[in-house]
Design a protein around this ligand. Structure first.
Ligand SMILES: Nc1nc2c(c(=O)[nH]1)N[C@H]1C(S)=C(S)[C@@H](COP(=O)(O)O)O[C@H]1N2
Ligand SMILES: [Mo]
Length: 423
């Protein structure tokens, strides 16, 4: 693992231009002609830009969006049954670091975004418990809280790459049903302990207060281990689209389990077999059988730059960078290939790694106009290796598209254009 920024990159460079960090810095220390990104040499003259001709805007009571019109969610899709049942994706290729700004967190709503009055909303814990309990927003604010940086991924993420032909799309357009945030809330076991879980309870059925009343069965062990009732997202109260006033968060598991606008937690000895865990989110196999409750999202990564629809403007050294995550623990290693999987080099993991947390990986790459196929491969702390697209699609029923974690391939053409391909 390479988490330092000192040039101590242990992994060797690999084919088709992948460099070690040390090689990259040596380029930078060379002559101006070989500079890293050919910066303009300063002439010590400063312009009279129009924004310097008068004072700027006054302070405001809430921040505005960056002056960058392209910075917006993508794939804003509405369901044929009604515009409220839709999704939107995080523009992964426009962001850096690991945290998704709240305004760009992906969305998935089965029945639109309810407008909930936090003063009248209640969460009830009932079923196989000694004392059914009801919590309101104010009561939950008084419990001990925890903060955790976690990824959240819809199990339908990346489904476009299960289709027969490779679609020309951006990284966010293909894989943007993943976001990450620092979530703050009440560890669920506090509430369950207080209610007194019956020895016969094995599952917690979580239900939302949206019109869909979306519900899922969560194994009791997950609920007691590390699930939380999230109240804050990146420091501010949850956005309405993320479940205000409160949502369940089940770290590392398919997004569907993290029920938004949470109003009921019912303890049962068996799963409830809800729509979301029978007709949806079961893994249909080639032989007609299905695997239920494959809840943990598998090891996965995606290069966000260079990525689909980008154009490399000139030959030179580029940083290949992306995100990796796994619901089975933390990311141990990310390998990058520039020759379609022929050879691999270790990328640097350049953000704080941790369980159920997305990490940023980076590796320098010299592009001299040669065609290339860029890929990344995540390896998690449980030893799982991200499969190729073909491996990920073996023993999957035709048309089944959930839980796809195959390696993404970006072809860089001689003209610098980057496109999604199946390698
Ligand atoms: N009550 C409720 N909870 C829900 C949903 C919903 O439609 N209603 N969508 C689920 C799905 S499918 C996903 S992937 C995540 C998406 O969370 P986000 O919109 O905050 O990104 O919420 C889950 N929780
Ligand atoms: Mo989802």
């Amino acid at each position: 693992m390479h988490t330092d920024d000192t040039g101590q990159q242990g992994g060797d460079s690999a084919g088709n231009g992948l460099l070690s960090r040390r090689q990259w810095m040596q380029i930078g220390a060379g002559t101006a002609a070989a500079a890293v990104v050919a910066p303009v040499v300063a002439k010590e003259s400063f312009g009279q830009e129009p924004w310097r001709s008068g004072s700027g805007a006054p302070p405001s009571d809430y921040g505005d969006r960056p002056s960058m019109p392209s910075l917006r969610r993508e794939q804003i899709s509405v369901h044929p049954f009604g515009p409220q049942a839709g999704a939107s994706s995080t523009p992964l290729q426009l962001l850096n670091g690991t945290i998704t700004p709240n305004a760009l967190h992906f969305e998935r709503h089965h029945s639109g975004i309810p407008e909930i009055d936090p003063a009248s909303h209640k969460l009830t814990v009932h079923g196989l418990v000694a004392r059914p309990l009801t919590f309101d927003y104010d009561a939950l604010q008084r419990y001990p809280m925890q903060s955790r940086v976690l990824f959240l991924e819809c199990s339908g993420n990346s489904y476009r790459n299960t289709l027969a032909g490779a679609i020309d799309e951006t990284a966010g357009g293909l894989h943007g049903l993943i976001s990450s945030a620092e979530w703050t809330g009440v560890p669920l076991h506090y509430l369950l302990d207080e209610a007194g879980v019956d020895a016969s309870a094995r599952w917690v059925i979580a239900e939302g207060a949206d019109a869909a009343g979306m519900n899922r069965s969560v194994p009791l062990s997950f609920a007691l281990d590390d699930a939380m009732i999230a109240l804050y997202q990146n420091g501010e109260p949850l956005r309405r689209s993320q479940g205000f006033p409160m949502r369940l968060l089940v770290p590392g598991c398919e997004g569907n389990l993290s029920v938004k606008w949470l109003r009921s937690l019912k303890l049962l000895s068996l799963p409830a077999q809800t729509r979301e865990e029978t007709s949806k989110y079961t893994d249909l196999k080639l032989d007609g059988k299905a695997t239920q409750f494959s809840l943990r999202m598998q090891a996965k990564s995606v290069i966000t730059s260079p990525s689909g629809k980008m154009v490399l403007q000139q030959p030179g050294v580029y940083e290949v960078s992306g995100l990796a995550w796994s619901g089975n623990g933390s990311i141990r290693r990310v390998e990058v290939s520039a020759d379609g999987g022929g050879s691999w080099a270790d990328a640097m993991l350049q953000s704080e790694p941790g369980p159920m947390r997305a990490v940023r990986f980076r590796i320098p790459w010299r592009w001299q106009g040669q065609p290339a196929v860029l890929q990344s491969r995540a390896i998690d702390s449980a030893g799982n290796v991200q499969p190729t697209r073909a491996q990920a699609l073996t023993n999957v029923a035709p048309g089944f598209s959930y839980h796809f974690n195959g390696i993404q391939s970006w072809r860089v053409n001689a003209d610098g254009s980057v496109r999604n391909v199946y390698a």
